[in-house]
Design a binder for this molecule. Structure first.
Ligand code: TRP
Length: 393
């Protein structure tokens, strides 16, 4: 089998402690700490050994889809592995699968939706089948305070959000780990046999006090990377759209793929949507600083109005010095969800020049988000009747 057996820049066997960077940024699948500025993402590309999305790759995507998606233009998706390889395969008639997932630890917030909306876009453009993994096992093992009941509740709730995104039911299958484990386990054991504890420690930061379920879990998240080849009975390329904190999983998966006779999974990585307090990524474990898809419109309004902004302390200072859109979550949400490119640039310039006050941006965000959430909740309600259409058998 011809494979994408290029050498990853950062071979996992000779790089240690990949989960922390100079101790000021920590990015693991379970924890993201540090300042989420442009510099950080450039460092992550270096640290993880991924590729920046080049102009050449953008041209290639444009050639195949006829356009450049706004989340690529705005560099919300900023990094990849082997996406160029995958598109070459596609051009040569090899269809790829999409694979993404969700750990059901809480309700869904806006930050989760961006990669999912982008995944749906890719599904529509490329007619790609999608596997959507729900890692209820991971969340149970990781969060020792969580009960099976809570995780099961979030599993059902989160599935409604996934369906509300509008994925094509003929092309999409949701895999719940504890329910569909019999499909994953045969592949997971093959994967697990090839990965040592010392590699897992270096990549994920496991320690002697990590429970053994967590240590073995990466093989379960890796399994859907190879499942398409088994379903299709032929080597099948896979593209994973996800935030970059999931990259450690794909690094170990890529390292063993060829040994097992599979293609390495390709990825396209997004940034994190900052929380409304901007001190970290948006997280449903701190619901007061995240806009949840289940929030009532009044709650959305309250959250947005009390958001951190890049504004000055007083109106006169704002007029004199201008605001700092570069660190403003309100600006970011408007940019990634609601403003087009031109509107976003105008907003940026008006803010910087002191001609735009935070109140106006907040009110734009409240209005847009309210409409968006009301519509999303309508689709979420409709999803209740569609769950079976999306389930893996
Ligand atoms: N571990 C992810 C989380 O905690 C869930 C997940 C499973 C996932 N498979 C994935 C995310 C593939 C992105 C892509 O949310």
């Amino acid at each position: 089998m011809e494979s994408n057996h290029n050498i990853d820049m950062n071979n996992i066997n000779n790089s240690f402690d990949q989960y922390s960077y100079n101790n000021d940024i920590i990015v693991t699948p379970w924890e993201v700490l540090g300042d989420l500025e442009d510099k950080t993402y450039i460092k992550l590309i270096e640290k993880f050994g991924t590729q920046a999305i080049s102009q050449e790759l953008i041209e290639k995507i444009k050639k195949l889809t006829g356009e450049i998606h706004p989340l690529i233009k705005s560099q919300y998706f900023f990094s990849h592995r082997d996406m160029d390889w995958l598109l070459n395969k596609y051009e040569n008639g090899e269809h790829f699968y999409l694979y993404t997932g969700r750990g059901p630890s809480g309700f869904i917030h806006l930050g989760h939706l961006l990669p999912w909306l982008f995944t749906k876009y890719l599904q529509d453009k490329f007619g790609a089948k999608l596997l959507f993994q729900i890692t209820d096992d991971e969340k149970f093992l990781y969060n020792l305070g969580a009960t099976k009941e809570t995780i099961s509740k979030y599993t059902s709730e989160n599935i409604l959000d996934i369906i509300a995104i509008g994925f094509n039911p003929d092309l999409t299958r949701i895999i719940i780990d504890t329910k569909h484990i019999h499909h994953l386990y045969p592949i997971a054991t093959e994967i697990a046999r090839k990965i040592t504890f010392s590699t897992a420690k270096a990549v994920f930061g496991f320690t002697n006090t990590t429970n053994i379920g967590m240590i073995g879990f990466p093989s379960i998240q890796a399994a859907p990377c190879f499942l398409p080849s088994i379903i299709e009975k032929t080597p099948t390329p896979v593209l994973i759209p996800a935030a970059i904190d999931q990259d450690p999983y794909w690094r170990i998966t890529r390292d063993i793929a060829t040994k097992l006779g599979f293609y390495k999974p390709a990825q396209i990585h997004s940034k994190f949507l900052p929380s409304l307090s901007r001190d970290s990524k948006m997280s449903s474990s701190r619901p007061e600083t995240a806009i949840l898809t289940t929030d009532e419109p009044e709650i959305v309004e309250k959250k947005v109005l009390s958001s951190f902004t890049g504004g000055q302390a007083t109106i006169s200072l704002q007029k004199k010095l201008g605001g700092n859109a570069d660190i403003c979550p309100v600006y970011d949400y408007l940019k990634y969800f609601f403003d087009d490119e031109k509107e976003s640039l105008e907003r940026y310039l008006r803010c910087k020049s002191g001609n735009l006050l935070c109140g106006e941006c907040k009110s734009d965000l409240v209005n847009n988000t309210r409409d968006f959430i009301i519509e999303f909740q309508r689709k979420r309600d409709e999803a209740k009747d569609k769950v079976n259409d999306f389930m893996f058998e």
